[in-house]
Design a protein around this ligand. Structure first.
Ligand code: 13P
Length: 255
């Protein structure tokens, strides 16, 4: 399974900072062989990133989108607009959108359908809060979030999905999940996909772990049977640390 490592910059970097980062990291791309690497800047820096990454193996993703194609939806961005900016991937249902902006499971589902219809590759985020984990509700939450996000998809549409498991308590805290916790959530997600959409969808599924990932701990996640990459926040903001992280991941799966 090819690793997929994505930089989620959240609300960070101007267009000029983005271009500088992209030029810097592109110099290391020969060390990224066998890994899908993508950068997800804010909307305002997408065009600048696309221009700076032209001819590079590094791909472009967005952090959100709306499900309608166009119209009176002030402040929203459509799949077509993302494609027009050079985007191939889109992060959907990130926990910050769910918890800070009140995004609902059904809305994530509508976005996933719209992304797939437009041939954008969604990165669907799921994950429990600390409270939910304490209450033993992790799998119930994952099942509910997956149910909403994947509602109405057929097996063909569900083949080749990317799902990011990001426990909320591990995001930006420096307290990453243990390998056991990540594998237990990852294998639960694989099983869910197998039961709902069949073996082909389960075999082609790529699960990323997200939450305080850095060069020092990425190896323990990508070595897990169910995990094929990472969604990285803080450690993706500097080209040198993101490049080091990608190279550690590569080493961990090669050896
Ligand atoms: P950190 O890597 O900063 O913990 O953020 C994780 C995240 O939310 C990626 O989407």
């Amino acid at each position: 399974m090819k690793l997929i490592i994505a930089a989620n910059w959240k609300m960070n970097k101007t267009a000029a900072e983005t271009a500088a980062f992209c030029r810097e990291i592109s110099r290391d791309q020969k060390h990224f062989e066998g890994v899908d690497v993508l950068i997800c800047p804010p909307f305002t820096a997408l065009s600048s990133a696309a221009e700076a990454l032209a001819g590079s193996v590094i791909k472009l993703g967005a952090q959100n989108m709306y499900w309608e194609a166009e119209g009176a939806f002030t402040g929203e961005i459509s799949a077509g607009m993302l494609i027009d900016s050079g985007v191939e991937y889109v992060i959907l249902g990130h926990s910050e959108r769910r918890h800070l902006m009140g995004e609902k499971d059904e809305e994530v589902g509508m976005k996933v359908k719209a992304a797939l219809k437009n041939k954008l590759k969604p990165i669907i985020c799921v994950g429990e809060t600390e409270e939910e984990r304490k209450n033993g509700a992790t799998e119930v939450i994952l099942e509910r979030q997956l149910g909403g996000a994947l509602e109405g998809l057929d097996s063909d549409q569900a083949t080749g999905l990317i799902i990011a498991y990001e426990p909320v308590w591990a995001i930006g805290t420096g307290k990453a999940a243990t390998a056991d916790d990540a594998e237990s959530a990852g294998s639960f997600i694989v099983q869910y996909i197998r039961e709902k959409f069949g073996p082909d969808a389960a075999d082609h599924l790529r699960i990323q772990y997200g939450g305080s990932v850095k060069a020092e701990n990425i190896g323990s996640f990508v070595a897990l049977p169910s995990i094929a990459g990472a969604l990285v926040g803080g450690a993706s903001l500097e080209a040198a640390s993101f490049s080091a992280l990608i190279q550690s991941a590569r080493k961990a799966v090669l050896h």
